[in-house]
Design a protein around this ligand. Structure first.
Ligand code: GTQ
Length: 350
């Protein structure tokens, strides 16, 4: 301890005794050995697993996103305003991202990204390509098109259009009104796998020829899908979007359409997949972990993993829903299960 020179010698002595007592005390008071261990572990950039065992090995899936509904009527005016304020060149993609209230972009669920994209008349969302996969549900507008790797396809309400990974794609609109659709991408994967690349084409449009939607493997026309749903029997029917060979539309995301007859309900499901639902037609509600979410045409809502959900169609309203989910990815990795799955069936054999 530094003692100033102009202090009385007696006081100086006393201070010096106090100081050595303090020093002795700090040396003899034993530190809590567990705490000392933690600080020693941290000094070599390690941490004790035992302090957060239940967090890392939780008894149940523990998603960080929450159920939420994005109401089309509330979002649409702001998106259209973006059409006036933000040029398509500035934006590259003019999208209102559906960001989960419990997380930041790109999380709509823990594993899925969704957004509402707008292309105004005579605009081009310029050509680019990337690692990410996209599937789009066309909500409104008539003159829109997307050109995917040299094939230009008309966008029509209710159609689902795929953009497979690394395909050049630009979007345009030759009509007088806005084109709006729901984007679904696997962007949250790239938070954990830092493997996402994008390339920009030297011109706004990648050279393309017109292809009829009925002749394109990447378009699922709504008329065909609705017909399939209506020809299936039952009050609740699910019809997957699959490639011509019967496989999933991508290794990461998959999709399906559902029909639910007026006044009827779907069975309650709890699954490790998370999903984004969009209301194609009709009105009703979904109970998600005991909370009722009411919806109508063009609304979009999310169901995080392991949240039990059940749909209800309002009386007099036949309902059609579009859904995309991370089920192909979970199945590929062996992570998919529902509440009813026999766990023994999941035990992997060497
Ligand atoms: O249309 O290419 O919503 O690259 C997000 C990223 C749409 C697209 C999104 C994208 C796109």
């Amino acid at each position: 301890m530094h003692v100033s020179r102009n202090i009385h010698p007696n006081l100086r002595l006393e201070l010096s005794i106090m100081s050595s007592t303090i020093q002795t005390k700090t040396m003899v008071v034993p530190k809590d050995p567990a705490e000392e261990l933690i600080s020693n572990l941290e000094s070599v950039h390690t941490k004790p697993l035992w302090a957060q065992m239940a967090k890392l090995n939780p008894p149940l899936p523990n998603p960080s996103t929450i159920p939420h509904i994005w109401r089309y009527d509330e979002i649409r005016p702001h998106l259209l305003r973006a059409g006036e304020v933000i040029s398509e060149k500035q934006a590259e993609r003019r999208v209102a991202m559906l960001v989960n209230p419990a997380r930041n972009a790109p999380h709509t669920t823990d594993t899925i990204y969704a957004g509402l994209q707008l292309v105004m008349p005579n605009e081009t969302a310029p050509a680019h390509r990337h690692t990410a996969f996209a599937m789009r549900f066309i909500i409104e507008g008539t003159g829109g098109f997307t050109a995917v790797h040299g094939r230009r396809i008309k966008m029509q309400r209710g159609d689902v259009i795929l953009t497979p990974k690394w395909n050049w794609h630009d979007h345009g609109n030759d009509d007088l009104g806005p084109m709006i659709w729901l984007d679904g991408l696997d962007l949250p994967n790239f938070v954990h796998y830092p493997v996402h690349f994008v390339e920009h084409y030297k011109e706004a449009r990648y050279p393309a020829v017109d292809v009829d939607t009925s002749a394109s493997p990447i378009v699922f026309p709504w008329a065909k899908m609705q017909d399939k749903l209506d020809r299936s029997e039952g009050d609740y029917v699910i019809e997957p979007y699959l490639k011509a060979d019967g496989s999933q539309v991508s290794k990461t995301l998959g999709g399906r359409a559902e029909r639910l007859n007026a006044g009827k309900s779907s069975p309650a499901v709890r699954e490790t997949a998370s999903s984004v639902y969009h209301v194609i037609e009709g009105s009703g509600s979904t109970t998600i972990d005991g909370k009722k979410v009411e919806w109508k045409k063009s609304d979009t809502f999310c169901i995080p993993a392991w949240h039990k959900f059940q749909h209800f169609a309002n009386d007099g309203e036949r309902v059609y829903l579009y859904r995309f989910d991370d089920k192909p990815m979970l199945n590929a990795l062996g992570f998919y299960r529902t509440e009813d799955t026999d766990i023994e069936s999941l035990a992997s054999l060497l």
